[in-house]
Design a protein around this ligand. Structure first.
Ligand code: IMP
Length: 506
């Protein structure tokens, strides 16, 4: 006979946190959002990787490329670079994150000495740069022959056909430093010589990077940033259950810090085989998450198969139509609560704590706090990050409002058939499980994440918690009635600003 779950399939919107005792030490400045990413023996050791903030970006074409990964790692989160692209392209994105040196700019629009003042003006207008290196061949890493800044020319007094070589500051007058100079040392040189920028060159005098005075200050203001032992940004990458023997080595070679099997349904032999292959070839040195699951059985299966973290969620994503198309899934809150209970039991039995990621369906900032309170260690977000400047898509004007495009990996546009693969010879995805959509453009990641986390921290203080484990232990959760949801928003007043207020969905 079929199994019936007693609990209805509930969403985050059906829950509220009931405040606990807030002591004088429960203030937002004291809150730490540090959280484990990979499994560990709690109480005996530290996790191999912890996140500075409990947010990762979804394994999706419209969300996680190298630019997003750098922006999010700067804030303390992590991106999983999408796997629905060729192995080479994905590995190249990972490598770009690892090669990126915060504060070190690779100038990709250089001048050559025989260009003219007109070219300088055109480049300045197009890119807004006021400092332009001059290389012998005009290439990004060509031999450095000079620099042009706004102090080198006066448009009112010079003819536009004057040659760059005649007015640039030539190489012999420039202060430069070797390519392996640290950011701190570069900054000291900048201050000592009152420079605005410092070119770093290799031993052949080829230009490698520029360090700007202003970037050092901004670099220092990111206390949570995710750095590896070599001080490079950390980055994750999505893999699938088909081509792992080819994809995993390429991603590891490119420097990926952690992998995640990206699949709509994780309780399957295919995930077990993929995890087994990774353990056979890399032991525990390669960290890999698995999922998605929505119940205790699914959790136990992936835990025993060796997953380093486990993702929860089927059918809750904003662009997802899996539940409509196939009739499978589970409300994200119910799934999170049940899987967290199974994880805690597993920890009691084995001493191994497996971090959980609630994936999909976060609509309001407070849903993040609910997901954490229910036992998730971090959340994965797609729509949330797709709205920012750093997502891979262009900003478009739709009927007078700026939008960003956002499409599901199961949409015809993404054609990510591996994510929906059910094994056998026939490839998956003969029907769509996701839609193609717009989401309102929301500006830079940094500003939005700051507001979101301010709300999370504030609620944690109301619950008497200054760490995520404390929140998980102390949280008091209540199911809400439909009329209390109405009571929870602004009601029975006429809003002066029809566009809403800041607690509406983001
Ligand atoms: P969101 O944050 O609510 O937009 O959900 C993002 C999550 O939806 C992703 O991390 C995936 O788990 C899931 N997802 C991505 N693409 C699809 C799709 O096409 N169909 C169903 N789920 C999807």
């Amino acid at each position: 006979m079929a199994i019936y779950f007693d609990e209805p399939s509930r969403t985050f919107n059906e829950y509220l946190l009931v405040p606990g005792y807030t002591s004088s030490k429960h203030v937002p400045e004291n809150v730490s959002l540090k959280t484990p990413l990979t499994k560990y023996r709690r109480g005996e050791e530290e996790p191999a990787i912890s996140l500075g903030i409990p947010m990762v970006s979804a394994v999706m074409q419209a969300v996680s490329d190298d630019k997003m990964a750098i922006a999010l790692a700067t804030e303390g989160g992590l991106s999983f670079i999408y796997g629905s692209q060729t192995v080479e392209d994905q590995a190249a994105m990972v490598a770009r994150v690892k090669d990126y040196k915060a504060g070190f700019v690779t100038s990709d629009a250089n001048l050559s000495p025989d260009m003219t003042l007109a070219d300088v003006v055109a480049l300045r207008d197009r890119l807004g740069h006021s400092t332009m290196p001059v290389t012998a061949d005009g290439g990004a890493h060509g031999k450095l022959v000079g620099i042009v800044t706004e102090r080198d020319y006066r448009l009112s007094r010079m003819s536009l056909d004057e040659k760059v070589s005649d007015f640039m500051t030539p190489r012999e007058k420039l202060i430069v430093a070797p390519a392996d100079t640290t950011l701190k040392a570069a900054n000291d040189i900048i201050w000592e010589h009152k420079l605005n920028s410092l070119p770093l060159v290799d031993d052949q005098d080829n230009l490698m990077y520029l360090v700007f005075r202003k970037d050092y200050a901004s670099h220092k203001s990111n206390p949570n940033e995710m750095l590896d032992v070599h001080k490079r940004y950390m980055v994750g990458a999505g893999i699938n259950t088909r081509d792992y023997a080819e994809r995993v080595p390429a991603l590891i070679e490119a420097g990926a810090d952690v992998l995640c099997i990206d699949s709509s349904e994780g309780y399957s032999d295919w995930q077990k085989f993929t995890l087994a292959w990774i353990r056979e070839n890399y032991g525990d040195t390669v960290k890999v998450g698995a999922g998605n699951v929505v119940d205790a059985e699914g959790f136990r299966f992936l835990a025993e198969a060796g997953a380093d973290f486990i993702k929860i969620g089927i059918g809750g994503g904003s662009i997802c139509i899996t539940r409509e198309q196939k009739g499978i899934g589970r409300g994200q809150a119910t799934a999170t609560i049940e899987v967290a209970k199974a994880r805690d039991e597993y920890f009691e039995e084995t001493g191994v704590y497996i971090p959980l990621c609630s994936d999909g369906g976060i609509v309001y900032d407070h849903h993040i706090t609910l997901a954490l309170a229910m036992g998730s260690d971090f959340v994965m977000l797609g729509r949330y990050f797709a709205r920012f400047d750093e997502s891979p898509t262009n900003r478009v004007n739709v009927n007078g409002s700026y939008m960003k495009e956002y499409w599901g990996e199961g949409s015809a546009r993404a054609r990510n058939w591996q994510r929906y693969d059910l094994g056998g010879d026939k490839k998956g995805m003969t029907f769509e499980e996701g839609v193609d959509s717009y989401v309102p453009y929301a500006g830079p990641l940094k500003d939005n994440v700051a507001v979101t986390l301010a709300k999370v921290k504030s609620t944690m203080c109301n619950c008497g918690a200054i760490t995520i484990p404390e929140l998980q232990q102390k949280a008091k959760l209540t199911v809400v009635s439909s009329t209390s949801i109405v009571e929870g928003g602004a009601h029975d007043v006429l809003l002066k600003d029809k566009s809403g207020y800041s607690s509406t969905s983001n």
